[in-house]
Each structure stands twice: as C-alpha cells, then as structure tokens.
Design a protein around this ligand. Structure first.
Ligand code: F6R
Length: 246
C-alpha cells in the first residue's frame, strides 16, 4: 500500500488552494514558521494564491522565514533565472517577508563547500523547516538530487543531468547550452528533516515519476522515493500526473 498521502485534483488551481490552506493554517498557529520554498513551474500557482490571501489580509509572513531548495552555480548575480532572483520575484517581494528572511545556498560563493555547510547550519539555527514545498523532476529528482543521489545526502554541489538541463532549457530561451551544469542543492536527508513535505506534480510528463515516488521501491535511482520513509508527506497531483497510478 501507499505510504505517502496522495491527493488527486483536477487542476493546478485546486492544488494551489489546498497547499495555500496548509500554509495559512501553519502561519495562524505559528507566525514564525519556517517555509521551504521550491522554484520551477510547479509552485507558481501556490505563490499566486498566497499573494492573493496576503493582499486579502488573511496571511502575514512578517515573522516567517524561508529556505530555498537549491541554486545554480555561476549565474551572474542579476540573472533573472538565478533562483534567488526567481524566489524574490515570484513570492518574497510580493508578500511581507522581512528583509533577509528568505535565504538560499550561495551558488556564487568563492567557497562552495563552505557555502553548503553554512546553509545547513542556517536551516538548523532556524529550528528546521516546518513545511517544505517540493516539485519533482521527470527523472524523479527532488530539489536537484538527481538519480544516484545518496539518501543520506546533505547540501552539496551536484552536476545536473542532461535530462534536467533539457527540461529547464525553456527558462533559458530554449538553449540547453545556457543552462548551468552545476548547482548547490539541499540533500535528500536535509529535505527529509522538514516536518511536513508537500509535493506538487502536474502534467503527463510527471506521471512516471509520481508512480515511482508513490508505488515504486525506495531507491536512489528515483530519489523522490525516499519520501516513502517520511512520517508526513503529501503528494498533490492533477489527473494527468496521476495517470500511471495503479
Ligand atoms: C526547483 C527544484 C526542482 C523542481 C523540479 C520540477 O527548486 O528543486 O526539483 O521542483 O525540477 O520543476 P518544474 O516544477 O518546473 O516542473
């Protein structure tokens, strides 16, 4: 039987409303909650919904903190696809996070190993992540833990697979050569330390990864399968992403 909770909805808007409900409840109970923020397409509808609820006076992030999952290595500081800039544009600047309250690993550090250690320490010092938003790669990655990642991994430097670089070329004028080759990413054990995991997947391109995540054997070849060992993991999918579930 399934170990992770699977919620099937008709579309991204329904999924976004459910995730926003969870975050609204969390912030009501714990205004200084720590949120784990994903980039990519999957969480965008959630961020839009959080902005709407913030503007309606229902949610404040004034005391909350945010930790990003990952960052490309070597993009110019002002590059629009640098994840720190993406998160600023898509959510942080649109709500009332305090300055500096949203952090990410520093993919432009002169000391990338040190930046990874600092990032783990910052998450721990904040008391850990209360609710982690996740997307999933077509190859089953979460954050940028590509197939073969250790289930015990912490924040580190990774090489992106050619599949992921092809998938993400749409953010770089369709030119795979412009997609960075390396990234800093929270490890699978880092992600597993979050108290609630909320993964969003839509579209047929995610159907195989969602099948493996929820019904396959736990394996580093499908890194998201580690979530089967998490005590509180929720997977929200649309009909297309659910199409290979048995
Ligand atoms: C992004 C991240 C990635 C994405 C995944 C899915 O911070 O960590 O794991 O969540 O590549 O991307 P989208 O949502 O664009 O399909």
């Amino acid at each position: 039987g399934r170990v992770v909770e699977v919620v099937i909805q008709h579309g991204a808007a329904d999924i976004a409303a459910l995730v926003a409900d969870e975050i609204e409840k969390l912030l009501a109970a714990k205004p200084d909650a720590v949120l784990g923020l994903a980039t990519g397409s999957s969480p965008l509808a959630v961020y839009d919904e959080l902005v709407r609820r913030h503007e309606a006076g229902r949610i404040s992030f004034a005391r909350a903190r945010g930790f990003m999952l990952d960052e490309y290595v070597g993009l110019p500081d002002d590059h629009p696809e640098r994840y720190r800039n993406v998160i600023e544009r898509e959510i942080a600047s649109r709500v009332d996070f305090a300055p500096g309250a949203v952090q990410g690993p520093d993919g432009n550090s002169d000391d990338l190993l040190g930046a990874c250690e600092d990032y783990e320490a910052a998450i721990a010092a904040a008391g850990g992540v209360d609710l982690q938003i996740l997307g999933i790669g077509t190859d089953g990655h979460i954050a940028f833990n590509e197939p073969g990642s250790s289930l015990a991994s912490r924040t580190r430097i990774k090489t992106l697979t050619s599949q992921t670089r092809t998938d993400n070329a749409r953010f770089f004028d369709g030119d795979v050569e412009r997609v960075p080759r390396h990234c800093l990413t929270q490890g699978l054990a880092t992600i597993m330390s979050a108290r609630h995991l909320v993964l969003i997947a839509t579209g047929t391109g995610k159907a195989e990864a969602v099948h493996q995540l929820t019904e396959g054997p736990v394996s580093a070849m499908w890194p998201a399968t580690v979530m089967q060992h998490h005590p509180h993991a929720t997977v929200l999918v649309d009909d297309a992403a659910a199409s290979r579930l048995q």
